[in-house]
Design a protein around this ligand. Structure first.
Ligand SMILES: [Zn+2]
Length: 478
């Protein structure tokens, strides 16, 4: 007797679930579009994975994405903002203008096969250790799905895909922002490969990237050292000072450096030394405070060693301005799509990596995380998406493309990004971002609410990037 009402109850739930999925025909269409293009999108991602081109050298990678967008009918502008590997691809006209960003740069030295043990694809070469091959192709997949709806007259407005190079180095987006390429955008979206699926509600660290150079006087280190002034002495006094400063900064501050140039031979008093350093904190204001002290230390170190000192800012990132209203819209779409289901082979692949790297063998996390409270201090890491989020409201997705308990910016991320684990994250990203863009194009009130939260959080702050005047630092091509 009790079984009949239970069955009716379950039927009622499942039909509500089915209805929920079917409530928006445009969302069904974008899901179908991503499914239709799935093979092409993952093939593009795999090519960019194999190219593994580093910052501002992503010629083949950006061409792959730009050519595909052009073939799909987008108006493509290549080489924007002085960067040969940056591009925009636009479709439609008028308001609203919705943007979506894609990255594609790799990291040096972590070339890896799609294998769960350490095996370089090309010894010493770069690898997609942050999964940006998936990022670019996944965002473009979402853009194509929306374009198809526009083509059929089902959505109105402008859609713009941003091909943004050099996230891992100078921050290509910051140069594009400086040129005003985001000024007319109502709302922008992006995603990032991760170890979980979540509508992002966390900020990222603000950061400044700078060089400190010391210039002294060369002399014979034994015959006439009194005639010399050591640039390396200046550098050492500087790092001593920085490491003393560590005790007196807030726990949220991070300072890290590498010595780029520290003399050539011991028997010549070094004339020149160079250190490359980053200062990070949860907010830009905290970075400014510490950076002011670091500049004083550099000046003092120069005086100690009797050498000249020069500090040059190369770039910097703002912290990400969270938009919970936008994240909530994305969250609903993630919940409609539901978790990523993995095959036993994929789970075994992930567990093998975890075993090799000595992490807990938890396999893969394909679930959809609930929307989390926004923490006061983000976990470590900075992104040039942060800068964009101060110009236009930003909605960011995290999608599972690798297992937890392994090193990010490491070979395991490269391995998973070149096979089906990464592809599944890419497809979830394409679908959920496209569905959220359907909401944004259709729902004017949602756009207004997102904008209101953005203005409240921005609180009148006028965006000013860290990048110096002049063109982007395009590396010499070899
Ligand atoms: Zn990244």
């Amino acid at each position: 007797m009790r079984s009949i009402p239970l069955i009716l109850f379950l039927c009622a739930i499942s039909s509500a679930w089915a209805q929920k999925i079917k409530t928006n025909p445009n969302k069904d269409l974008v899901i179908a579009s991503v499914d239709k293009h799935q093979k092409e999108l993952t093939a593009i991602s795999d090519k960019i994975w194999a190219y593994a081109e580093t910052a501002l050298k992503e010629f083949k990678s950006s061409k792959e994405l730009a050519d595909y967008a052009e073939a799909q009918g987008f108006r493509v502008k290549r080489g924007v903002s002085g960067m040969p590997t940056a591009f925009t691809a636009e479709y439609g006209s008028g308001k609203p203008v919705i943007g979506i960003m894609g990255e594609y740069d790799a990291l040096p030295g972590i070339s890896q096969k799609a294998s769960p043990v350490r095996e370089a694809l090309v010894e010493g070469a770069a690898g997609q250790g942050c999964g940006h091959n998936l990022f670019g192709a996944g965002s473009l997949g979402a853009a194509i799905a929306i374009k198809e709806l526009m083509q059929q007259g089902k959505l109105k407005g402008t859609l713009r895909f941003y091909g943004t190079p050099a996230e891992e180095a100078v921050g290509g987006k910051i140069y594009m922002a400086r040129d005003g390429l985001f000024n007319d955008v109502d709302i922008c979206l992006d995603w990032h490969p991760d170890t979980k699926n979540a509508a992002n509600t966390q900020s990222s660290q603000a950061m400044v990237d700078f060089l400190v150079e010391f210039k002294g006087k060369a002399a014979h280190a034994a015959a006439d050292p009194w005639n010399g002034r050591s640039a390396v002495d200046g550098l050492e006094a500087f790092t001593d000072g920085v490491n003393m400063l560590r005790e007196h900064v807030r726990p949220s501050v991070r300072m890290h450096y590498v010595i780029v140039s520290g003399g050539d031979v011991p028997n010549v008093v070094p004339e020149y030394a160079k250190i490359w350093m980053w200062v990070r904190d949860s907010k830009r204001s905290g970075v400014e405070e510490v950076f002011a002290r670091v500049k004083e230390i550099a000046r003092g170190a120069g005086m100690v060693a009797g050498v000249e000192t020069k500090v040059t800012v190369q770039t910097g990132d703002y912290e990400l301005l969270v938009n919970r209203t936008g994240a909530s819209a994305l969250q609903k779409n993630l919940e409609i799509l539901g978790p990523i289901i993995y095959t036993p082979e994929e789970i075994a692949f992930a567990k093998k990596i975890q075993e090799v790297q000595g992490g807990a063998q938890t396999g893969l996390d394909g679930g959809i995380y609930p929307l989390r409270e926004t923490l006061e201090h983000p976990v470590g890491g900075s992104t040039d998406v942060g800068d964009i989020s101060w110009i236009v409201p930003e909605i960011t997705l995290q999608a599972t493309t690798a297992p937890a308990n392994t090193a990010w910016h490491g070979w395991s991320v490269v391995a998973c990004g070149g096979m089906s684990i990464g592809h599944k994250g890419l497809i979830l990203a394409s679908k959920s971002l496209a569905m959220t863009m359907v909401d944004l194009f259709e729902n004017e009130q949602l756009r207004k609410d997102i904008r209101t939260e953005f203005e409240q959080r921005r609180a009148g702050h006028v965006y000013k990037s860290y990048i110096p005047d002049g063109p982007p630092p395009i590396p010499a091509q070899n």
